[in-house]
Design a protein around this ligand. Sequence first.
Ligand code: ADP
Ligand code: ADP
Ligand code: SF4
Length: 621
Amino acid sequence: MAGDSIAVVDLDRCSPDRCNYECANYCPPNRTGKECIQTRGEIYDEDEPFEGGPDQVQISEEICLGETCGICVEKCPFDAIEIINLPEELDESPTHRYGENAFSLYGLPIPESGKVTGLLGPNGIGKSTAVKILAGEITPNLGRHGDEPSWEEVIDQFRGTELQNYLEGVRDGDIDVARKPQYVDQIPESFDGNTRQLLEATDERDALDELVERLSLRPVMEQSIENLSGGELQRVALAATLARDADFYFLDEITPYLDIGQRVTAARLIHELAEEEDRAMLVVEHDLAILDLVADSLHVAYGEPSAYGVVTSPKSVKNGINEYLRGYLDAENMRIRPEAIEFEAHAPRPSTESETLVEYPAMTKSYGEGEFALEVDAGEINRNEVLGIVGPNGIGKSTFAKLLTGELEPDGTDGEADLDVQSEAGDFDLDLDIAYKPQYVEADQPIRVDAFLSSITEDFGSSYWNTEIAQPLQLERIMEQNLTELSGGERQRVAIAATLSKDADLYLLDEPSAHLDVEQRVLATRAVRRYAENHEATVMVIDHDIYTIDLLADRLMVFDGEPAHHGHATDPKEMRAGMNEFLANLDVTFRRDENLGRPRINKPGSQKDKQQKRDGEYYYT
Ligand code: ADP
Ligand code: ADP
Ligand code: SF4
């Protein structure tokens, strides 16, 4: 066949004992006696966990007729097979392929001393694979199995590029690598001790004091790692990585669980280390405002998640993000998405049509003498709306939600909530039914996704539920997996689906963007908005990704104060007023990209920054 197409068999799905080799029975070349689809028998190596079993299939890419045939893809009852025509432009051999009919990666990002290199692409596109190669954990095989290339051949493929020197360093074992893992929630499983012990063991640059100070870790230094919150773990992991004395730093997602202030601090620390100490940094990040801020250049990764991925040559950060959002890569001449992702450059008009779901009075809640106290302005929440909730961590956002559910009672009610709350049902105590998605989505039940979701809603599996929930949240392919086997992004999507599937007055989603890639954020955003519109539902979303808030929210509620001491919550405001208040608290302004209208953080003290602050226009300029 055309050497420009690949066959990928998902060995977690291929289950020949349950299908009787439908794929091979119908494969046209097989039917004429050729050996296109065979059992893996001879390539099976029981020492290789990813080689699958001897009865699973392998597909000869030499013989296969390609994507236009695709009969096996249709016949396989477990969606285990993908036949994909590679883009014509991709004439080189892969940098690495995990095995026969396995994922292949083309190209590599280029670490550069003194610079922060960004990597933007969907989950499953090979970003970690690229990093393992750059870290010397995987020796690239140029897609060859059986006659693996020597390092010389590999380096030859990159001769004349900036990667040549770097890869020679990897070959000679001269490159020290420090890595921040993607899933900080897993750190407590591998470290037994307190923050100080963990950080002191990593302080090779004698930089701990400053990192602890800038990342506000002082209060948790003596705390056991297992008791830290997600946001604290993220900052500890950042400090531990940046304290190392390495040539190449790799940071896989720096923003989950951090509020915007903390995200900006993390970005600045990474930038300073690159610039002041001449280190090479590579950052994978899906919060585009932060990626824009932290990176000096950007590689986009595209392809077909879990089948193949291509890392482009470096682009300017501005163009890279714009091309990504537009869905078209200029230099590569490649469409990566049918439509563009767009932002509203002007504040949306406030809607006046919505009915009121609940009107609540001004209230305060304190957790006892000298402990945290929250002051809430009176306000009302509408039906049909998505209410964005913004503000730092530890400022009382969850406390407010608990006041709405009646789980907590405001001060001065002596244990008896007799607030005069107006609602369409007449006067009643605050006892709204809330469906809640917590910030950290844990999964300890070894139960399948489909069993879990069908236990929540009778609508499970109906065409309506499939269109509104399962499809936009991309659940189809993971339905048969166990909750405990899911990646962070997959778990997030299941948790959003589970929350929206409940019957409630109010849906509260705490950081739905965590661990989702940009595509998934946009799809999840659409699912949530449509759900609110079609169900007369009210959704409150706490999120720190400004692009997610921009795409999601109709109005904003702004929390401000001093985290862990006192907080103040405004009434829900229309977007322009809400964004201005929120960003003024943070002292950050956004300008608009001239081509795409996408918001970009201004450099503090720049012309635009000063002008916008004078005008009081922090976001919609
Ligand atoms: P990303 O970091 O972009 O999410 P990864 O590099 O982790 O992507 O993975 C890309 C693809 O490679 C995934 O489909 C994954 O299943 C596959 N993969 C990862 N490791 C192996 C391996 N050792 N053998 C076979 N396939 C693998
Ligand atoms: P957010 O949701 O904005 O992160 P929270 O409402 O969870 O903030 O918490 C605000 C502050 O109140 C934090 O400092 C938290 O430690 C404190 N807090 C939360 N619950 C309690 C409680 N039951 N007793 C004492 N302090 C609490
Ligand atoms: Fe056979 Fe290839 Fe057609 Fe699949 S796509 S049935 S492997 S020829």
